[in-house]
Design a protein around this ligand. Structure first.
Ligand SMILES: [Zn+2]
Length: 398
């Protein structure tokens, strides 16, 4: 961290537009950007700075994974892993912290962790909250903004790891409890025990939103069904996670209300690999493949509807709460491009849009005076999102 570092003659892809800037130098001092200039205009005489010859590499803002579960490992048995003992989950969190940095993720928005007693601080609450607190002063760990545990209708998520409400009053109480526990945001679960039926009404959800907004916290909702998405907009949540069955009416209302969609399309890419790498019937059987293909079609179509309507799209891996791993956000950016976003829009979803959703003006953007939260890849992510996999170097936490 100490001293000045000059990254010389890189390309720059910051997600603000489709054009790759070439021949860019960046001077960093004690973790902040002093200037970003054309290499030919570098001021002379900064003999102090250590020069990093970045020739051929591309600078990208630190990524913002808006849908992560930092205490959970992911993989094809991701659901079982949620019931592992908290000591084990805290080990997984540290591994995830490493993976996030190595893959260029600077910010992780944790949208649900098991409700359990943290063996390190002794507090009973969403496990990610203690991890967030302990990572606060560690430059080698991402910044975390965390919901507590999932607030769900009793009987939806198995395993007793989430808060379970049976009445609208309990929904409000348990949501408030997350903020009392130190959560930065609230994560509602708008899929319910009955398929294709929302577990709460728009009015039920609005009470939670009103309470949270009065405390300067946002509310997001997991929703994969159309009835759930309607309740999300009726209730005025700030964002919809997954949103795999939106229609034009819901999309239009999301635009009007400024509701974000947080896409998680890469889960289908992950499951497709499990059809080859596992023998689990839920991925391998003919019936499973057909069902997954259908859901995938619906999710991509839903994303296209949202994009056409002008919904603000942030994105995430769902690592841990789904099957992806912590270092696979590039997969989601690829999926967004496949779904029809321009590569620069997809990169923006994984950077500045995420910062906007978090309400963190320095997340996912690069400017003189701001933090040196960038990493360098090989290739041009503005034409080829797969370049984001080819991480050479991470500027923070070194
Ligand atoms: Zn999730």
């Amino acid at each position: 961290m100490a001293g000045r570092t000059l990254y010389r003659d890189a390309a720059l892809a910051d997600g603000s537009g489709p054009e790759l800037k070439i021949g860019v130098s960046i001077l960093v001092d004690a973790g902040r950007i002093v200037w970003i200039l054309p290499t030919e205009n570098e001021p002379q005489g900064d003999a102090e700075a250590k020069v990093v010859d970045a020739g051929g590499a591309t600078v990208v803002p630190g990524l913002v994974d808006c849908h992560s579960h930092i205490t959970l490992p992911g993989g094809s048995h991701w659901i079982d892993r949620g019931s592992d003992p908290p000591e084990r989950l805290l080990e997984e969190a540290e591994l995830n912290g490493e993976l996030l940095r190595q893959s260029g993720v600077r910010w992780a928005r944790d949208v649900g962790s098991p409700m359990t007693t943290d063996p390190l601080d002794g507090r009973r609450r969403g496990l990610a909250l203690g991890v967030r607190d302990r990572w606060r002063n560690r430059m080698d760990r991402p910044y975390v903004r965390a919901a507590g545990t999932w607030v769900q209708r009793a009987g939806t998520i198995p395993g007793g790891v989430a808060a379970e409400a049976s009445t609208p009053d309990e929904l409000l109480t348990l949501s408030r409890q997350q903020l009392d526990d130190g959560a930065d945001l609230i994560k509602l679960y708008l899929d319910g025990p009955k398929p294709e039926e929302a577990p709460w009404t728009g009015d039920d959800v609005r009470r939670v939103v009103t309470m949270a907004h009065a405390r300067n916290a946002k509310v997001t909702a997991h929703s994969t069904t159309l009835p759930g998405a309607r309740v999300c907009v009726d209730g005025g949540v700030d964002s919809i996670e997954h949103g795999m069955s939106l229609d034009e009416e819901v999309a239009r209302r999301m635009v009007a209300q400024g509701t974000f969609l947080v896409s998680t399309l890469a889960v289908f890419r992950s499951w497709a690999t499990f059809a080859q790498t596992t023998n689990q019937p839920r991925f391998v059987s003919d019936e499973a493949r057909k069902r997954i293909a259908q859901r995938r079609e619906g999710a991509y179509e839903s994303l296209r509807i949202a994009h056409r309507a002008g919904v603000k799209i942030a994105t995430g891996t769902d690592f841990g709460g789904g099957s992806l791993r912590a270092n696979q956000l590039a997969w989601e950016v690829e999926a967004l491009v496949q779904a029809g976003l321009q590569p620069w829009e997809a990169l923006a979803s994984a950077t500045r849009r995420g910062g906007e959703l978090l309400g963190e003006p320095e997340a996912g953007v690069l400017h003189a005076g701001g933090p040196a939260d960038f990493f360098l890849v090989h290739g041009d992510p503005l034409t080829d999102p797969a370049a984001l996999w080819r991480v050479w170097r991470v500027a923070w936490g070194a």
